[in-house]
Design a protein around this ligand. Sequence first.
Ligand code: UDP
Length: 383
Amino acid sequence: MNFLIVGAGFTGAVIARELAQHGHQITVIDQRSHIAGNCHTLRDDNTGIMEHVYGPHIFHTSDELIWKYINKFGEFVPYINRVKTTYNNEVYSLPINLHTINQFYKKSMNPQEAKDWIKSIASDDIQEPKNFEEQALKFIGKDLYESFFKGYTKKQWGCEPSSLPASILKRLPIRFNYDDNYFSHKYQGMPRDGYTYLVQNILSHENIAIKLTTKFDALLKNEFDHIIWTGKLDEWFDYKKGHLGYRTLDFIKFEAEGDFQGTAVMNYGNEEVPFTRISEHKHFTPWEEHHRTIYFKEYSRACTEKDIPYYPIRLVDDKKILDEYIKLARDERGVTFAGRLATYRYMDMDVTIREALDLSKKMLEDIAQGKLIESFYHQEGIS
Ligand code: UDP
């Protein structure tokens, strides 16, 4: 069959590869001038440092199959993400661990003492946390929440943490030991040659043609047997039920001599500091040597139609609009919706790849049974 895949990020690339390997003809288009979507990396012209153009991406997973899969397309160098945060001019370790707790409270507690201490200061009247704020108050208490999460989250999401889902905070663990690894996954690493190289290798197959700087046009529907849309769900429907809310990011780039902050990612918890974090990209490749450095101040704001969407907000109003689009999508024929933007979810890279592989498998089974003429909608976890 002849497929059009709209979007050359991980979702589009993985599906393209899987279908191509089964003899299908694939055209991948992307409106940007490069592949790899928001994971795009390139070597900075002046310094040669590998730049994460749309912000830091660290690969981490506990999914054995995905780790094996991704390693087929490029070499990974072990990399542990250790994040710091500055609050009131003091530097602390994240995710909240025994070092953070002892430093914050100027104590020297052991793990059990710290557990008892946090229990004594956390809110015990919250049974089932209904939102981000309640989740934080229940697990770390008011002081740590207000210093490390409240201001940062208001800057990042542009709303009160009490209106955000608890799931956002659940991304971060709290540890009663000195383990400051930001992620708890079994595998973690950085692609030695960047993410764009990985995606390039995934897409490198004789049955795949890539067209960059090419916007989707509805007329293309007639030229292909089936379309896989990895763009925004609301955009596919010309925003006829309204806009799904996203946050976008602005990066201000700086170049200097030496080492600016001594680490890859420094968050800023204070609300009055306008940026959320500063990332210094040469620290993502500690095996390389660079005399100069580049770093980026990261600012979050509401995303307009012209901006690049990063984080789906998913507040109550968004969910209502999302329901409307899901109904429309169920009736749509000849198109499959896949990935972060088309299912409007906050997804890590490993989950994106896993879903793309699972979806490809399902599509291939459906094709074998002659069912793909009927479109289907990738609904898993969407509502
Ligand atoms: N967060 C925070 N303070 C921090 C780091 C994270 O309040 O110093 C909150 C914030 O709301 C953020 C969420 O935790 O959106 C998830 O953090 P994560 O580091 O997973 O965000 P990402 O790297 O995906 O932007």
